[in-house]
Design a protein around this ligand. Structure first.
Ligand code: ACM
Length: 482
């Protein structure tokens, strides 16, 4: 037998514990079966369908299959174990979700699975990726295809930035002009990204993500980033006069009017509709970059709006500017800037609020990799793969320790995006780096190991037609060794 080129721990995110058994392995071939418990039949079907592509042949599901899926209630919900011997591979998950993450590990190792035992579970419960549909719209089919790439790295939240100055991307009953006018032709940055999700399309995306154990987090950005609202409904502006459409990439010039009662009727209708359409626990209310909202108005607005997600059964998330005001107990603060410290976020953490860490100089997928990057922005500097990888969320902000962290997110803003190929170019390979920061224990993370493991994805992404950036610091493999 030729020596295995792959080791049991050659997985991204790197597992918490890996105990190889040298000189043993299990090879998945056409006809290798999957046996499962009934609760995991969906996971088994997913595994069989993915493996069938890897081995280019049928993978039957039924009793006696050499790949065994089981539930083990002694494991945490998202935890799994993988045990590979000469004649079988057994995956055990705390829940079907844990099993699904084990399946992702198995798919990265397939078809030749090195022998041994992996015991794995996530560091953070929130491992997110954000897609900005407002500056450039992507269809339900495009979003679903993106989810398929994200789950390979055990990402479990998809944050959709649904509204901004340049466009409104979700149908809201009773407010048809939001999408007719601000989701139509000529919307998005440079007018190049028109479109919106009907409620049926949104439900389809949410269900598809849920089938892959991904929770959709919808964001309605307010009180700033609302020119699309005022363009569609001039009655909501301060003086009731129309505003011009904006398709440039400026920020901070628009604001819902805190002193106008119509504002709150609008906001409550939107929050109710979005909450009704969203089975997940979170509703993101934005709150960032309100440079044209007087501080008193910002406070007054949030005092009325922050309780609304709770009223409709959701937990509010906001960008960290919301930490300037008193927050509901369950509110989550998402840190996004590049400062070394943030007093308000630290105070929120001290007062028991959970924090999502998304500092732009580490996690923003829309930053250029280097000065030559054909896409992206550079206000937070250049973010190469090592910058995405070589940091720790618990060290990022003084006063925001490990216990305060709900998780980590990688936002992708779409001002410079025009296609799915553009999404992929900025996402890969930095998203796998952030995913490892969010999943793997700090003690097992190491850059030299990561860059070698990442290199093995080159041929896979090529075969799958994924438009990844060939980052120069990664020793890419161009073909499988003979
Ligand atoms: C942001 O980047 N304005 C959250």
């Amino acid at each position: 037998m030729r020596p295995l080129t792959k080791q049991l721990g050659d997985v991204i995110p790197v597992p918490a514990s890996v105990r190889p058994v040298p000189a043993t392995s299990f090879t998945i071939l056409p006809g290798t079966g999957v046996s499962t418990v009934p609760e995991a039949s969906g996971v088994a079907a997913y595994l069989a369908s993915e493996l069938a592509k890897t081995v280019d042949g049928p993978i039957p599901i039924g009793p006696g299959g050499a790949i065994v899926l089981e539930l083990d209630p002694s494991l945490a919900a998202e935890a799994y174990t993988l045990t590979a011997g000469e004649s079988s591979v057994t995956l055990r998950g705390g829940t079907p979700q844990g099993l699904f993450w084990g399946v992702q590990t198995l798919l990265q190792l397939a078809p030749e699975v090195p022998g041994g035992v992996i015991e794995d579970e996530p560091r953070y419960e929130y491992r997110g990726a954000m897609l900005d549909l407002a500056r450039h719209f992507f269809t339900a089919a495009e979003i679903k295809a993106h989810v398929d790439l994200l789950v390979q790295f055990k990402i479990n939240h998809l944050h959709l930035h649904l509204t901004d100055d340049q466009g409104w991307r979700l149908e809201i009953p009773g407010w048809p002009r939001l999408t007719e006018i601000s989701g139509g032709e000529g919307t998005g940055v440079d007018g190049a990204g028109p479109g919106f999700l009907t409620l049926a399309e949104y439900a389809d995306v949410v269900a598809y993500a849920a089938d892959r154990f991904v929770t959709v987090v919808p964001e309605i950005d307010m009180p700033g980033h609302v020119n699309a609202v005022h363009y569609a409904y001039p009655s909501l502006t301060a003086d009731g006069q129309p505003v011009r459409q904006r398709i440039d990439a400026e920020v901070g010039y628009s604001s819902l009017v805190a002193g106008k009662e119509e504002t709150y009727a609008f906001v409550e209708d939107v929050i109710r509709a979005v909450a009704d359409a969203t089975p997940g626990p979170y509703l993101h209310i934005g709150g960032d970059e309100c440079h044209s909202t007087p501080a008193e108005d910002y406070r007054a607005f949030l005092a009325r709006v922050l309780p609304l997600p709770g009223k409709y059964g959701k937990r509010a998330i906001g960008w960290h500017e919301i930490a300037a005001v008193e927050l509901p107990e369950t509110a989550v603060v998402q840190y996004w800037r590049i400062e070394a410290a943030d007093e308000n976020t630290a105070r929120a953490a001290t007062e028991g609020r959970r924090i999502i860490m998304a500092p732009a100089d580490r996690t923003y997928l829309d930053m250029k990799y280097d000065p030559e990057s054909p896409l992206g922005l550079d206000w937070a500097g250049h973010v190469d793969v090592r910058r995405s990888y070589d940091w720790d969320p618990a060290d990022r902000l003084p006063g925001v320790p490990e216990e305060a962290l709900l998780g980590v997110e990688a936002p992708l803003w779409s001002e410079t995006l025009r296609s799915v190929a553009d999404i992929q170019y900025l996402t890969f390979p930095r998203l796998p780096a952030i995913a490892e920061v969010a999943w793997s224990p700090r003690s097992v993370r190491e850059w030299e190991s990561f860059r070698t493991r990442l290199a093995a994805f080159g041929p896979r992404w090529e075969a799958a037609g994924v438009n990844f950036h060939r980052a120069p610091e990664i020793p890419w493999i161009t073909a499988e060794p003979a």
